[in-house]
Design a protein around this ligand. Structure first.
Ligand SMILES: Cc1cc2nc3c(=O)[nH]c(=O)nc-3n(C[C@H](O)[C@H](O)[C@H](O)COP(=O)(O)O)c2cc1C
Length: 389
């Protein structure tokens, strides 16, 4: 589809008027112009456009409770025009955090603290999504700006847990291998976190099964050496992640979307989890009620060799979308509006996630729309700063 050629575009005045009436960006435009700024629907949720905020850990919570930083940080991305605003990896229990200052949603105080954030995002025309996570053997780390690295339990960290009792790398803690009853308890924690997310005002949940965190550490043969029904062949390795998906799907209302982030490959040549496994897993995820697969990669092994270039993970979103017949998100080194638009126009993904580019510029969506010759509503408060074409 061409960008802006011959298409009818509402004037900014019309957009402002329509936005006032409906409070929703998507109702404000004839969306035949760019794919990126065409609204998108999953179940009963309509996203005003297809620029989604990728989860980015902020390491700024106190006992898992999000605060003013989160309100301003996530709120700015809603004001900046993103179609969906996702939280950072939000732990389903205390040991599921990456660092002592990661956000969580395992108690009522945390759920309560998310409420002003979700309502601000919603009031400003976007859709709030929580990424639920458990860091597994990659937990108990120092925050990056203090040098990162594993913190031992005796130094204020905690005993980590994993698929097998093997550390991620030298210098990391050896996790406790989860017993079957630990797994049952964790499934309950995921369900409780989903219920609290609903109570907190989130409209979308993403389950984090990527980056070497707990779910991924069960999926990958590089980190799962169990001898029970949760280890061994691929079906067994998928068993715990699928129990998580089922418990969240059961708790999460039918009318609201559920996303899953996967690592489509471990980037370890000749061994490890790879794209064919990701396609197979995505087919099963769809059968289990997952609405969109967010295709990331890597993180399970320090031996990974990643071929980094702009859009380097787009081929994963493309293969999963066409071979598993499920909607996908493309993410990773996408920074230009034209590139994002091309990915959508060529049918390689359904939505685009932006991580670092939206850290650099929370107003990227507002400017991207203009760059594509399209339009998207600006906040009333900023309308006098909108470039006139
Ligand atoms: C500082 C930082 C924190 C991140 N935190 C998370 C996270 O909490 N959960 C997650 O799934 N990915 C996380 N990511 C990965 C991003 O969501 C994204 O997939 C990655 O940065 C590639 O996209 P980009 O090139 O647009 O930044 C993080 C990335 C960065 C740079």
């Amino acid at each position: 589809m061409g960008v802006g050629v011959g298409a009818k575009r509402p004037s900014p005045m019309v957009i402002v008027a329509l936005r006032s009436k409906s409070g929703r960006r998507s109702a404000s435009k004839d969306s035949e112009i760019s794919q990126l700024f065409t609204s998108y629907k999953l179940r009963d949720i309509e996203f005003p456009n297809r620029v989604f905020v990728s989860p980015v850990s902020q390491y700024s919570s106190d006992d898992g409770v999000p605060g003013k930083w989160h309100l301003v940080h996530l709120g700015s991305r809603a004001v900046g025009g993103a179609g969906m605003v996702m939280t950072e990896a939000t732990a389903i229990n205390a040991r599921g955090r990456i660092t002592t200052v990661c956000a969580g949603i395992w108690n009522d105080e945390q759920a309560e603290a998310w409420k002003p954030i979700t309502s601000f995002i919603t009031e400003n025309g976007s859709v709030p999504c929580v990424q639920l996570a458990h860091a597994g053997r990659k937990g108990s780390q120092e925050r990056p700006w203090l040098g990162g690295g594993f913190i031992r339990p005796e130094d204020g960290g905690w005993q980590t847990v994993g698929a097998s009792a093997e550390p991620y790398d030298e210098g990391w803690g050896t996790p406790d291998e989860l017993t079957e009853s630990d797994i049952d308890a964790l499934v309950d924690d995921w369900r409780a976190a989903a219920l609290r997310s609903l109570e907190a005002g989130f409209k979308v949940v993403e389950i984090h099964l990527a980056h070497g965190f707990l779910g991924h550490s069960f999926l990958s043969p590089l980190s799962n050496h169990r001898e029970d029904s949760y280890g061994g062949n691929a079906d067994n390795r998928m068993r715990f992640p699928l129990r998580i998906v089922d418990s969240v799907r059961e708790a999460w209302p039918e009318k609201l979307p559920l996303l899953v982030r996967i690592s489509a490959t471990d980037w370890v040549e000749g061994s490890g989890w790879d794209l064919p496994d990701a396609v197979k897993f995505s087919k099963v995820l769809k059968e289990h009620g997952v609405d969109l697969v967010d295709c990331s990669s890597g993180g399970v092994s320090p031996r990974q060799q990643i071929a980094m270039e702009p859009g380097y993970q787009v081929p994963f979103a493309d293969s999963v979308r066409s071979e598993a017949d499920v909607p996908t998100a493309a993410v990773g080194l996408i920074t230009e509006a034209r590139h994002a638009e091309d990915v959508l126009e060529s049918g390689k993904a359904d939505v685009i996630f932006l991580g670092r580019e939206l850290l650099r510029n929370p107003y990227w969506p507002l400017h991207a729309a203009i760059g594509l010759g399209d339009d998207t509503p600006w906040p009333h408060q900023y309308i006098r700063s909108k470039p006139v074409s």
